[in-house]
Design a protein around this ligand. Structure first.
Ligand SMILES: Cc1cc2nc3c(=O)[nH]c(=O)nc-3n(C[C@H](O)[C@H](O)[C@H](O)COP(=O)(O)OP(=O)(O)OC[C@H]3O[C@@H](n4cnc5c(N)ncnc54)[C@H](O)[C@@H]3O)c2cc1C
Length: 463
């Protein structure tokens, strides 16, 4: 363990440079630009960026911060970025790039800087699947600490239910190996609590024997949006538990990587992914194929490595605005409310308005209890806009209107991964009361100085 006799006798950046082996970058210095997140609308201006080379660097950063009255925020890719100001040091985990697949045990050990694409690349040649989210560019650890809802969530459950271990640095700088049996309270809270209980340096995860799946997306013209959404609602009522689907109203810009039939206009995507045999999976999807003539039908057998094609999420950094809620049900009235608020005649400025069907394996109790609180939610509603002229000013209010229109069917809850926010009221919607109380109490125990009290964390309010 590093000893830090002179931490308070010098400025924090000099203190960091004396003991951190990775890069320490002050504003304007090489490396500081790594603070710019994927969501470029979020201001991230820490007093320093530490490109941590190992867990010791993170422990040292936490202790320097404590000695100087600073907080420590963490980022890997910036897909779930939150504002960070000069009262914080930002630990950037991108150099923690270990990704080791053990095909014999169907497990992987993954450093905190690894994106899902790297795990896909390492695991799929063995016929093994990491349980990724919709976008392979997301960071593994950020995703898992928010529990992780992937395109196969109804078939395989939450991705965090397939975590075996975490290595974590707590708010005191302690380095702990956390499993269902060791520091079990942290194993519980790190799966759902985001960075509340510490900065994860590596995760051990299960890989599933999934070499291929039947899936992809049907894209329909905006003129068919009403018919497609109404049919999708009815179709989801009796969908087999192992069939996965989401529907999205899209208004994609005319960019080079957007297929021309989808560019610059209102379209509807019905995403689908099934682990059933191809005939059964196709028969299940048939009613949706028959609703209208798709302008693109790319649903087929696919190698698992192509799982990102189901959602075809944007890859390049952009200034996004997200608003989200969970729904207890989707009634015919709810469908009409959503069409009025965000359908093709609503004048919506949003790029994506998405409903994901939840349930299936996700609704089953976790093999090892976690801090995830929404297993009974039926749908996730996500509204994503771009904060760029000329629509930047109208996107947030319109998004609030869409979510507001669905209030009668909302659970009031939010998913930790879909609610990047420092606002305690919004964070509270991610958890029930007991979970909030436990997370806050554990955070106070493991971080008595409040070094990690920044960003999307659950803490007891300060007196
Ligand atoms: C295009 C897109 C698609 C998405 N699709 C899905 C999806 O299908 N399913 C889903 O569940 N989510 C999805 N998300 C949300 C995503 O999982 C979260 O934004 C997640 O936090 C991203 O993690 P990151 O490390 O990439 O991002 P970052 O912005 O780097 O980190 C976000 C947060 O994750 C936590 N975190 C990151 N690293 C650590 C660490 N080492 N230790 C502890 N906490 C850490 C912190 O709270 C941090 O503030 C999507 C987001 C985007 C932008």
């Amino acid at each position: 363990m590093t000893t830090l006799p002179s931490l308070q006798t010098t400025d924090p950046i000099s203190a960091l440079r004396a003991i951190v082996t990775g890069v320490v970058a002050a504003p304007g210095e090489p490396g500081y630009e790594r603070a710019v997140p994927w969501n470029v609308s979020v201001p991230v201006t820490p007093c320093a960026v530490v490109l941590a080379a190992d867990a010791d660097d993170i422990s040292a950063t936490v202790r320097v911060a404590a000695a100087h009255g600073l907080t420590v925020a963490v980022a890997a890719t910036g897909h779930g970025a939150l504002p960070v100001d000069e009262s914080s040091i930002l630990v950037h985990t991108s150099a923690l790039s270990e990704c080791t697949v053990d095909a014999a045990t169907a497990t992987a050990r993954v450093g905190a800087g690894v994106r899902w694409q790297q795990v896909i690349d390492e695991a799929t040649p063995h016929g093994l699947a990491p349980l990724v989210g919709s976008a392979p560019g997301i960071g593994v650890v950020g995703f898992l600490t928010g529990c992780g809802i992937g395109p196969l969530v109804r078939s395989v459950g939450l991705s965090s239910d397939h975590v075996r271990s975490f290595d974590v640095v707590t708010g005191t700088g302690a380095q702990l190996h956390v499993t269902p049996d060791q520091h079990a309270e942290l194993f519980w809270g790190l799966r759902g609590g985001k960075a509340t209980l510490g900065i994860v340096t590596a995760a051990g995860i299960d890989l599933l024997p999934i070499a291929e799946f039947y899936g992809g997306a049907l894209y329909f013209d905006g003129a068919d949006a009403g018919a497609v959404l109404r049919a999708w609602r009815e179709w989801t009522v009796d969908l087999p538990a192992d069939a996965n689907t989401s529907i999205a109203f899209l208004q994609l810009p005319p960019l080079p990587d957007v297929p021309p039939p989808l560019a610059g206009k209102f379209t509807v995507a019905v995403r689908y992914a099934s682990l059933a045999d191809p005939q059964t999976a196709a028969a299940t999807l048939a009613p949706m194929r028959a609703v209208a003539t798709p302008i693109i039908d790319m649903v087929a057998m696919m190698p698992y490595a192509a799982i990102g094609a189901v959602h075809a999420d944007p890859v390049d950094p952009m200034p996004t605005h997200e608003q989200h809620t969970l729904l207890a049900e989707l009634t015919p009235e709810g469908v009409e409310a959503l069409l009025s608020a965000a359908g093709p005649d609503a004048g919506s400025p949003q790029v994506i308005v998405e409903l994901r069907l939840l349930g299936g394996a996700m609704s089953q109790p976790a093999p090892v209890h976690s801090a995830f609180c929404h297993r009974d939610a039926a749908f996730s509603l996500m509204v994503i806009g771009v904060l760029a002229p000329p629509i930047a000013d109208v996107v947030p209010a319109h998004a609030a209107g869409v979510v507001g229109a669905m209030t009668p069917w909302s659970t009031g809850g939010e998913l930790p991964n879909f609610s990047p926010a420092s606002d305690p009221a919004r964070i509270a919607r991610c958890y029930d009361e007991d979970t909030t109380a436990w997370l806050a109490a554990l955070a106070d125990d493991h971080d008595p100085d409040g070094v990690l009290r920044v960003g999307q964390v659950v803490r007891t309010p300060r007196a």
